[in-house]
Write a protein that binds this ligand. Structure first.
Ligand SMILES: Nc1ncnc2c1ncn2[C@@H]1O[C@H](COP(=O)(O)OP(=O)(O)OP(=O)(O)O)[C@@H](O)[C@H]1O
Ligand SMILES: [Mg+2]
Length: 480
């Protein structure tokens, strides 16, 4: 678990070492320091450094530090500044980025608004405060967590950190998925994850990354459907200064940012056809050129891709390259839709109920009514786990009882699978009439049409028996 979050930071940066200035390319930034991607001549551990950063403030920021680690491909400068200065500069930048990404850097929790403390894992997220920078920097992790526990901001049970992604499931189908995740995490081959919307494709990709030898390096997401196709190539492979109008400085692509880590290509089915060839070459050789550049670069990246479209059909339609498909799908995980996961839907519903009630401080809501559970089980969940999460979260907010009832579950009537429910099929009146006829007929047969016996069996008066026989037009009447 990381004490201070690291955030990708790739603006070209001037660094002064022993009075000389160099341009260097950082990889990431944390409250502690900054990591540079390429080695600057003669950099040594212990050298004093001044790093000039562009942190979207109205001024350039210069921070004093010391070179703390030098390896073959990168080096790290640790900042020597007071917590107050770190809070105003790097702290502000990190905090803004966390809320721009809307994701807790420790546990991945989605964050809708700016909060001081992550509602899920309880870690401090406001690094603009010098006290937070100080404890984050000074206190060893164990003490840090105990402090939060003592303040009632975290309990050990809720501690969910990056390395341990919670993925719930007990069905045979999901046990198979978990086993594939473990097996695939041990390799470097591409993985293709297939599944309907909301089935956990991104979560699965992260789970593989977190269990792989790459877990301390970046997990970089590219959503091929969300980036306009003409920008996707530049986003993936980067560009050189002057590559096109507006390219006023060199920009590294996501492929480079994912060096030694994992690149997650979401919605791969939407990748433009002409870019697919370039991706294939990258997958085969690990090499690429930045847009507008001639130099060939090599990186060490594991590629995981995901889609909810049928790639085989896309191949037939000439929209997807067959050779790329074979390369991407060496290892494949198919995530079953929620409606095929048996009792997992109940396990997940209870899991999220507990989680959201805790988040909302509703300690009195403890369970679902039996009818609510039946509804959850018979609903077909077209939006899968994402839909389940939304429905349960809303129910937790709305319920003012100590349990969740059918009326709290905001689900679409047409997707309930309780057998065929056509108009009139649930008519109480018709069902009662039919049942009445059945019972009168049975009593008639058993008693051989004897009115007194029938009255006893049906527990009604003799005149009522006459009426019923007439109403339902049953057999011959024999006076007893
Ligand atoms: N097995 C699971 N246990 C707990 N949470 C899960 C599980 N599967 C998915 N989730 C949660 O459900 C939500 C949707 O998952 P995710 O974003 O990974 O799905 P997806 O398949 O990528 O969806 P889309 O196709 O819409 O992009 C996330 O909040 C994720 O954490
Ligand atoms: Mg997704």
């Amino acid at each position: 678990m990381r004490i201070a979050p690291r955030i990708s930071y790739t603006n070209p940066t001037i660094i002064e070492l022993k009075g000389k200035s160099y341009q260097a390319f950082p990889e990431d930034l944390s409250l502690f320091g900054i990591r540079f991607k390429e080695i600057v001549d003669s950099v040594k551990i212990g050298d004093d450094a001044i790093v000039h950063l562009d942190l979207n403030l109205d001024r350039e920021v210069s921070l004093n530090g010391k070179v703390a680690r030098v390896s073959q491909n990168n080096f790290v400068v640790i900042f020597k500044e007071d917590p107050e200065i770190i809070a105003e500069t790097v702290g502000k930048y990190l905090t803004d980025k966390i809320f721009e990404f809307k994701r807790c850097p420790y546990c991945g929790q989605h964050l809708e608004t700016r909060v001081e403390v992550c509602p899920k894992c309880g870690m401090y997220l406001d690094f603009t405060k010098k006290e937070v920078v100080k404890i984050t920097k000074d206190i060893k992790l164990g003490n840090f967590i105990s402090k939060l526990v003592h303040e009632g901001k975290m309990d050990y049970g809720s501690l969910c950190v990056e390395e341990h992604i919670e993925m719930v499931g007990t069905s045979e189908k999901m046990k198979k998925v978990f086993s594939l995740i473990r097996k695939f995490a041990a390799t470097d081959y591409p993985v293709l994850i297939l599944g309907e919307t909301g089935t956990g494709k991104e979560l699965t990709a992260r789970a593989i990354h977190e269990r792989s030898r790459r877990k301390d390096n970046p997990f970089v997401v590219v959503n091929c459907a969300a980036i306009p196709s003409e920008l996707l190539e530049a986003e993936l492979f980067g560009y050189e200064k002057g590559a096109f109008t507006g390219a006023d400085k060199r920009k590294l692509g996501r492929v480079e940012l994912a060096h030694r880590g994992t690149l997650f290509l979401d919605e791969i089915g939407d990748m433009p056809y002409n870019l697919q060839a370039k991706l294939l070459r990258f997958l085969q050789e690990g090499t690429f050129e930045r847009l507008g550049g001639t130099e060939t670069h090599k990186v060490d990246v594991r590629v995981i891709s995901a889609t909810n479209v049928n790639l085989e059909r896309a191949i037939e339609e000439g929209k997807f390259r067959k050779d790329l498909y074979y390369r991407l799908s060496t290892l494949t995980i198919e995530l079953p839709p929620l409606r095929e996961r048996g009792d997992d839907v109940i396990v997940l519903a209870k899991y999220f109920l507990k989680k959201f009630c805790k988040e909302l401080g509703k300690t009195n809501v403890i369970d679902f009514s039996d009818e609510a559970l039946e509804l959850i089980k018979s609903y077909t969940w077209p939006g899968n786990i994402r839909e389940l999460i939304n429905v349960i979260r809303k129910a937790c907010v709305l319920s003012d009882k100590n349990y969740i009832d059918v009326s709290d579950l905001d689900i679409r009537y047409e997707n309930i699978n309780l057998g065929e429910v056509k108009e009139g099929i649930l008519s109480l009146h018709r069902h009662i009439e039919n049942l009445e006829k059945e019972l009168v007929k049975k009593a008639f047969i058993i008693s051989g049409g004897n009115i007194s016996k029938m009255a006893k069996l049906l527990e009604v008066s003799r005149p009522k028996v006459y009426k019923l026989i007439e109403k339902h037009n049953i057999g011959k009447i024999e006076e007893g």
